[in-house]
Write a protein that binds this ligand. Structure first.
Ligand code: C5P
Length: 404
């Protein structure tokens, strides 16, 4: 990593003290670090300590004659290989999303032509506020990469999402970002399904499930990073479209099947969506009304198409590799084996969704990986992004491409 340069922008969160540890760890790897502090961050972490650890002067002012003469904000923003914002407050996210440039940190972020990696840290309510969600979605669309926040106890006494990720997690992401990315799946096409489906009862009611789409979206993003040309067919979810992926939004299982068939031919298909097995046979055209004294309506269900099985048994355009998921509550391995055989897919990733497993909607997953008739492999619990990376490495190896 020697010769690589990081511009670290520290904004005013309590977690700013962790920037010191981050600088130390990056310097140990031979990475040159130049620090920029916002005015609020200056109250929380000493510029002198950052200067001592980084071995460079710390930059704070947008309009300083000496700084403009020595190193303007444009030069600062261009001389790094990567710009890192850690910790990133709700305020800097709002400025970035709207292109404000009223201090050195925000001016650099607007002027830079380098990749930007952001590690947010804030109170959980600020993180969940619709304004922050909007800003986040916009920044993801702009190609800004995020790491964290983690969940846990906050300095403010509350609990929830908003903690700065630990320095070692951040260092790993920075190293991965600085390393030239291998693109073992370049030239291949991939299709991923993700999220739940909505099956209409009437124009306002539907049957759905608790799938968040986080695992499927992470897989689509990881396939794209590995160089594949990815189509993501997503049911209704509350998370942003992954960068670098063509996302098709659908509601029902039948829409999802149509969008998948439209995306063929592909080399790889990963079905991570929690597709509703049944749908109301004849959804009402008008809202069903509650009539005084009348019995509740009876819903008659019919089976939905099985998208995974259709792709795996496609008569003319079967992908080279078809991967399914199995959310189970009983004997995981037996159920996964039976499901693989029944659906005709190559691999199954089974996960336990018993009450208390917190897999649905959660950030982590524990996978039992089943390839053909080989013995099942138990993967330790890990973030869904890591499951995605592992799966992509397996896909690359199976298709005779070098692992990413
Ligand atoms: O049968 P079950 O829903 O448990 O199977 C799970 C796997 O099958 C997942 O990979 C899911 O995406 C896929 N599936 C599908 N279409 C369905 C039902 C499930 O693609 N109608």
């Amino acid at each position: 990593m020697s010769g690589k340069r990081v511009l670290l922008i520290v904004t005013g969160g309590i977690a700013a003290y962790k920037a010191l540890e981050l600088v130390r760890r990056l310097k140990e790897r031979g990475i040159a670090v130049r620090c920029v502090l916002t005015r609020a961050a200056r109250e929380l972490v000493s510029p002198l300590a950052l200067a001592a650890l980084s071995g460079e002067r710390v930059h704070e002012e947008l309009f300083s004659l000496t700084e403009e003469a020595e190193m303007g904000h444009i030069r600062l923003s261009r001389e790094a290989d990567l710009v890192v914002v850690a910790p990133a407050t709700a305020d800097i996210l709002a400025k970035m999303a709207n292109g404000l440039a009223d201090d050195l940190a925000s001016a650099i972020l607007l002027a830079t032509d380098k990749p930007v990696l952001v590690a947010p840290a804030m109170n959980p309510r600020m993180w969940c506020h619709p304004a922050t969600r909007r800003n986040l979605a916009r920044l993801v669309e702009d190609g800004v990469e995020f790491v964290g926040p983690a969940e846990g106890d906050m300095a403010c006494g509350e609990t929830g999402p908003g903690r700065l990720v630990e320095p070692e997690v951040l260092v790993e992401r920075i190293l991965a970002r600085l390393a030239p990315e291998p693109r073992p799946l370049a030239g291949l096409r991939a299709l991923v399904t993700s999220g739940p489906t909505y099956e209409a009862i009437d124009p306002v009611r539907f049957i759905a499930n608790r799938s968040s789409g986080r695992q499927g979206h992470a897989i689509a993003a990881a396939l794209a990073r590995a160089g594949a040309q990815v189509t993501l067919v997503s049911g209704p979810v509350a998370i942003p479209d992954p960068p670098g992926v063509r996302t098709v939004h659908v509601e029902s299982a039948r829409d999802m099947l149509r969008a998948c068939e439209d995306a063929l031919p592909v080399d790889i298909a990963v079905c991570a969506a929690a597709v509703a097995d049944w749908r109301p046979e004849s959804p009402a055209d008008a809202k069903l009304k509650k009539e005084e004294g009348a019995p509740p309506p009876l819903l008659r269900l019919v089976e939905n198409p099985d998208i995974l099985a259709r792709l795996a048994r496609h008569p003319t355009a079967r992908p080279r590799l078809v991967v399914g998921f199995a959310a189970e509550t009983g004997d995981l391995e037996a159920a996964a084996r039976a499901k693989r055989a029944k659906k005709g897919c190559d691999w199954i990733l089974a996960n336990d969704v018993s009450p208390g497993s917190r897999v649905f909607g959660g950030a982590r997953n524990r996978i039992l990986f089943l390839a053909g008739d080989e013995p099942a492999e138990s993967w330790p619990e890990m973030p869904k992004e890591e499951v995605a990376r592992r799966l992509v490495a397996r896909i690359a190896a199976a298709l005779g491409r070098e692992a990413p």
